[in-house]
Design a protein around this ligand. Structure first.
Ligand code: ADP
Length: 593
């Protein structure tokens, strides 16, 4: 009976909450009806709990509760600058967006979508936007969502039905004007349960979202005050209808120098704080950071770098805590009274103080220096060594530059030939476009074999005569596609058939045509950064991509030399030491004339 009384009290409370709630009329009506039903229902019915949960959510939702926007563009600029190093383009665009919002005072307009590799600060900028506006922040992960009820909720027909992520998010933040970060819109799935992209469109459409109806709630909720920001790794897989609603802002990867700055201004201080360490206890010089960047990580962003600092902090925390423990112990032995006890402590302390004397001798404020040896102890042997020059020690290898959703990457292209019937074998997870590039490359080389004096193993200009070719694109499980490997394949095969080595410090990108022209390609900035990361010195790009070099940071441009090529002649001349000169033996020249 007591239980029942309590329950009845709860129902009375609920009823009062409904009466005093500021929910819109339609929602209010539904609640009143439902609570009437609830009161007549026996508590043992499954529907009782269902209805009660529903009503509890209804009174809890922030129908009318909001935070007051405070928007001061100058303060916003300072905050964005303090929280984020570099990324000038993104910060500028975000400030413009906020300024327009301030002047126009409404939210209609495109949704910002930050597109770039993982760990470049997309989420973090979203968070800063919320902070500058004084709004609540909530992240909704969309990766792998393939059911529209994830967005729009389940109908209230069975126990365990739930509202969707939007309504859940509103309940969590408790206000109706948060910043919602729709994370990974490029990874939305699709299934028989309806298209989540369509549901999301409804959420984002300013014409519709003032009465967004979640299936579970079954009454409209006004989403027009919510500020949506989306993130993605690539625009290629964002559903077109969604893409149409968004304004894409590209966030490229960082250079080594930028990473070092980010590490020392932001990542290290944050990690120290999270691990309860002070800068007096640990010292990480910049050369160590550079070592971590080049030998322990390979990424466009700073996410693994951040994790490595986490690992270092944990290791140091153990040292520091051990040190404190020892000090405490020694203190204790001084004050300890009673013979037995003292003996015991001394026995305990002896072996330690012998092996660790230097540690004990250190004054407690002496920082632990993380040098290369400490790094090896903590993180293990380096994972990435400069492998470039080793791999280019044979003819038939060239370095291309690829663009992936995770940033730019260098890509080795290998070729070998063997006796056979003129077959071409391709391996390494290639798409169709890439296979076509390989065929184009071979055709061009065959038709120019005489000009460049390229021969098969038995000295014939007919390159495929009695010869099979195998082309391989090693490393990485990602499917590689796109036409931009064309120049690399040509260079690699030219090396194979001429027996000459490709310069080991050259990387290249560019589409080719059957006639030997070099056409422009995308992703130049990310590709150039990857070449720089890998320690290469010369980058060959299509002539018509020259304008893209403006986006490359000055220090990277200084370290690299660029060759712009409009035809394959120029590519080959730049890729081989001393050029890949046209054979000028008179006989051949004559035969051409
Ligand atoms: P993303 O959302 O692009 O995957 P995050 O926003 O999660 O990346 O960033 C990963 C970490 O790196 C965060 O701790 C973030 O603060 C930090 N970070 C990334 N870029 C910068 C930057 N330019 N300045 C300062 N910190 C950064």
């Amino acid at each position: 009976d007591d239980d029942e009384d309590e329950d009845n009290d709860d129902i009375v409370m609920l009823e009062r909450k409904i009466r005093t709630s500021s929910m819109p009329e339609q929602a209010h009506k539904v609640c009143v009806k439902e609570i009437k039903r609830l009161k007549k229902m026996p508590q043992s019915m499954p529907e009782y709990a269902l209805t009660r949960n529903y009503l509890e959510l209804m009174v809890e939702l922030p129908w009318n509760k909001s935070t007051t926007d405070r928007l001061d563009i100058r303060a916003a600029r300072i905050l964005l600058d303090n929280d984020h190093y570099a990324m000038e383009k993104l910060k500028k665009r975000v400030l413009e967006y906020l300024a327009v919002r301030q002047l126009k005072n409404n939210l209609k307009g495109p949704i910002l979508c930050f597109v770039g590799p993982p760990g470049v600060g997309k989420t973090s900028v979203g968070r800063s936007v919320a902070k500058t506006l004084g709004r609540e922040f909530h992240r909704i992960a969309l990766g792998g969502v393939c059911d529209q009820s994830d967005i729009r909720g389940h109908r209230r027909t069975y126990v365990g039905s739930m509202p969707g992520r939007i309504i859940n998010g509103l309940k969590t933040v408790g206000v109706n004007n948060p910043v919602f970060l729709l994370d990974e819109v490029d990874k939305l799935g699709k299934s028989l349960q309806g298209d989540p992209a369509a549901a999301l469109l409804e959420v984002l459409d300013p014409e519709q979202n003032h009465n967004f109806t979640d299936h579970y709630l079954n009454v409209a909720f006004d989403l027009s005050q919510v500020l949506f920001i989306a993130t993605a790794n690539t625009t290629a897989t964002i559903p077109p209808a969604l893409l149409d609603r968004m304004e894409i802002i590209q966030v490229p990867g960082y250079t080594q120098e930028e990473k070092i700055e980010i590490a020392h201004r932001h990542l290290i201080p944050k990690q120290l704080e999270q691990h309860g360490l002070t800068p007096q206890q640990i010292q990480i010089p910049q050369v160590t950071t550079l070592d971590i960047i080049t030998r322990y990580t390979r990424e466009a962003g700073v996410r693994s770098l951040d994790r490595k600092f986490g690992a270092i902090c944990r290791a140091v925390a153990v040292k520091v805590a051990e040190g404190q423990h020892k000090e405490a112990k020694l203190d204790h032995s001084d004050v300890a009274e009673g013979e037995g006890c003292r003996e015991h402590i001394l026995e305990d302390a002896k072996p330690e103080s012998i092996s660790d004397t230097p540690d004990l001798a250190l004054p407690p404020e002496m920082p632990i220096l993380i040098d290369f040896h400490a790094l090896k102890d903590i993180l293990g042997p380096p994972m990435y060594e400069m492998e470039v020059s080793e791999r280019l020690s044979q003819p038939g290898v060239a370095i291309g530059l690829a663009w992936t959703p995770l940033g730019g990457e260098i890509m080795f292209v290998e070729a070998s030939r063997m006796d056979g019937e003129g077959q071409l074998t391709l391996t390494g997870q290639l798409g169709d476009v890439m296979k076509e590039s390989a065929h184009l490359a071979i055709s061009w080389l065959r038709s120019n074999a005489k000009k460049y004096h390229l021969t098969n193993a038995s000295g014939s200009f007919d390159l495929l005569d009695n010869t099979d070719i195998h082309l391989h694109f090693p490393a990485g499980a990602v499917t590689k596609d796109g036409p931009s490997a064309g120049v690399t394949i040509v260079t690699c095969l030219a090396s194979l058939f001429s027996g000459r080595l490709v310069r080991s410090d050259v990387a290249m990108t560019g589409e080719i045509t059957l006639r030997g022209l070099v056409l422009p390609v995308g992703g130049i900035k990310d590709k150039v950064l990857a070449a720089h990361r890998a320690g290469l010195k010369r980058v060959i790009i299509p002539q018509r991509n020259e304008k893209d070099l403006e986006e490359i940071p000055g220090n990277v441009r200084q370290d690299l030399s660029f060759v712009t090529a409009s035809c394959l002649d120029e590519v080959l001349n730049a890729a081989f030491d001393g050029g890949f000169t046209v054979n000028t033996r008179p006989g051949l020249l004559n035969s051409k004339l």
